[in-house]
Design a binder for this molecule. Structure first.
Ligand code: SF4
Ligand code: SF4
Length: 190
């Protein structure tokens, strides 16, 4: 203990969010610049921890303007397989569902963005799943989203009851709660 500890005199706060009986965060109607500043930080947390993205948050090329995030429109899909997500043996690429399959690593198709057979992410780590709706994902299909009391400056019209911030209806993240079809340990529909 000494003078050097003075640099730690200011510590980060830990917020406690009001939640309902379902444990989802409760949206409040109050809105001001201070709340929007906090929401920017909360979206940054979702981007860092859950791969959330929209036009101005997270990694923009992982934002799907169509809000589908389907494997068939992902830069990491190759000949019906995924270049990064592997089966339970840890080395064989999963066969992806091109219309409704998706994961947290979805990325827009871009000729200048070279890929490789990385084959290092398990299905669990990637949160790979196939949407039961047969179309795809996105916040607008997520049961954790509510209509925001009012859009924010960037037009985010939904409120995320997991991340406590307004989100883009076409955004998405790794914990999207849309119903998925059952898959086996290698990613194939059961
Ligand atoms: S599993 Fe993920 S990374 Fe692989 S093709 Fe589908 S969305 Fe892209
Ligand atoms: S609404 Fe759903 S998909 Fe969108 S950020 Fe929240 S939990 Fe993720």
């Amino acid at each position: 203990m000494g003078e050097e500890d003075d640099s730690n005199a200011i510590v980060r706060p830990v917020e406690t969010w009001e939640r309902g009986r379902d444990f989802l965060v409760i949206q409040t109607p109050e809105d001001d610049a201070e709340l929007r500043r906090k929401e920017i930080h909360r979206r940054e947390a979702m981007a860092a921890e859950l791969n959330y993205a929209d036009e101005t948050a997270g990694i923009s090329k992982t934002y799907d303007r169509e809000g589908r995030y389907n494997c068939g429109r992902c830069n990491k899909a190759y000949e019906g397989k995924c270049l990064v997500v592997v089966q339970s043996d840890g080395r064989t690429a999963i066969k992806v569902d091109l219309e409704a399959g998706s994961c947290r690593y979805w990325e827009r198709i871009c000729a200048g963005d070279a890929e490789a057979w990385r084959l290092y992410a398990s299905i669990g780590l990637a949160a790979y799943a196939i949407a039961a709706n047969g179309v795809g994902w996105g916040c607008h299909r997520c049961p954790w989203a509510r209509r925001a009391y009012e859009p924010d400056d960037m037009g985010r019209s939904l409120y995320c009851t997991k991340g406590n911030a307004r989100v883009d209806s076409m955004g998405c993240c790794a914990i999207n709660g849309a119903t998925a079809v059952p898959i086996d340990e290698d990613g194939n529909p059961i």
